[in-house]
Design a protein around this ligand. Structure first.
Ligand SMILES: *Cc1c(COP(=O)(O)O)cnc(C)c1O
Length: 356
């Protein structure tokens, strides 16, 4: 595979690295590849960042044929640039794509595309504490066609945005609203994929929770509305007594890379971890009896997001003492330590981008 690099003749001014927020700035270049039925992926290239041109009949605009990924490039103190488990993102992209009848983007193409793109943007990987370069690979169906069928033409792109800490004030417990009206996903649907449509349909619940003074929603299963699935766009974990519980994957839950890394870390610390169904009744009883000592969301953007309280049917239930739990803190420090290369990486999770 050959990736052509066309450098911009007009580099942008770099933003204030101490005031990045999330998803506000974009780098100088983007990765693009085209797919046509019959000839497969071709014309892999890194080109100046610019608006893309789409036919108004492009199928992505009408039928939401889009899947995406999210990962970060981290600058270590010694100057190395590190990715975190990018092969997992390559695999998940393809699992999402298969569900939406989009083609595979081969793993070796994905890694090579990331490598060439991040090398081109190496001056855009911020070096301030807690900052990183957020990478957004995504695939769209760009064939012009009105009529629902599988597209014959696709584009794969990667864009990048330098980002600060997801929570500028640092780890801060959030308040969560139990959503009992809207559903995120059901078994047999697309819950296990990162397809754009999932997020469009989740916004209304997010908006409702915010209006009621909460940060995120707690999603229940779509069949019985009884079992906990996810929190906002994160996986969720509960520490009840000495056990850490996370809902088992079953088609409606997104298999997070952070979720799986957290389980590996906890097991390496001899903490009992269970992937199983957990009902809202079990959560409620544990919170009432004081056995619910910690709860947190997991995801690439925030890493670990401690949950301070749940609102369940109008009752506000505190988690532990409402602060940051001991495991939450240790998981955050360890994961971010490995990601930024401050800590040893016994699991072989980091993937170094050779500098140009
Ligand atoms: C991306 C995402 C996650 C977290 O996945 P990570 O790989 O840990 O970033 C969890 N739930 C949903 C719905 C997501 O979109």
């Amino acid at each position: 595979m050959n990736i052509r690099v066309e450098r911009t003749s007009r580099p942008k001014a770099k933003p204030d690295w101490n005031n990045l927020s999330f998803g506000r700035y974009y780098t100088d270049h983007m990765f693009v590849a085209d797919y046509t039925e019959g000839s497969g992926w071709h014309d892999l290239r890194v080109v100046p960042y610019a608006p893309i041109s789409l036919d108004p009949a492009a199928m992505v605009l009408h039928y939401a044929m889009e899947v995406f990924e999210g990962l970060k490039a981290y600058a270590a103190k010694d100057g190395r640039i590190l990715l975190f488990r990018p092969v997992e993102n390559a695999r998940r992209l393809n699992s999402s794509a298969t569900r939406i009848c989009m083609p595979d983007f081969p793993e070796d193409y994905f890694l090579e595309a990331l490598k060439t793109f991040v090398q081109t943007e190496q001056d855009w990987v911020p070096r301030e504490p807690d900052t990183s370069l957020y990478l957004r690979p995504f695939m769209i169906a760009d064939e012009p066609h009105l009529g629902v069928r599988v597209s014959r033409q696709f584009q794969m792109l990667i864009i990048a945005s330098p980002v600060g800490a997801y929570y500028p004030e640092g780890l801060n417990p959030v308040r969560i609203y139990l959503e009992d009206e809207y559903i995120r996903a059901v078994r047999g649907g697309t819950g296990f994929t990162k397809c754009g449509g999932n997020y469009a349909s989740s916004l209304i619940a997010q908006k409702k929770a915010e209006k009621l003074g909460f940060t995120q929603v707690l999603w229940l299963d779509g069949v019985e509305k009884k079992y906990i699935e996810e929190v906002g766009t994160m996986n969720v974990m509960f520490r009840i007594g000495d056990e850490v519980i996370t809902p088992e994957l079953g088609g409606s839950i997104l298999p997070g890379v952070t979720r799986s890394s957290v389980m590996d870390l906890l097991r390496s610390w001899d903490v009992k971890v269970s992937e199983r169904r957990i009902s809202i009744d079990e959560l409620y009883s544990a919170a009432r009896s004081g056995d619910l000592c910690e709860s947190f969301g997991t995801g690439t953007a925030a890493v670990i997001s401690p949950i301070g309280a749940f609102s369940i049917n109008g009752e506000l239930l505190r988690v532990g003492d409402g602060g940051i739990g001991q495991l939450s803190r240790k998981l955050y420090d360890t994961l971010t330590g490995i990601q930024w290369g401050h800590l040893a990486d016994p699991f072989g999770w980091t993937y170094e981008i050779p500098l140009k």
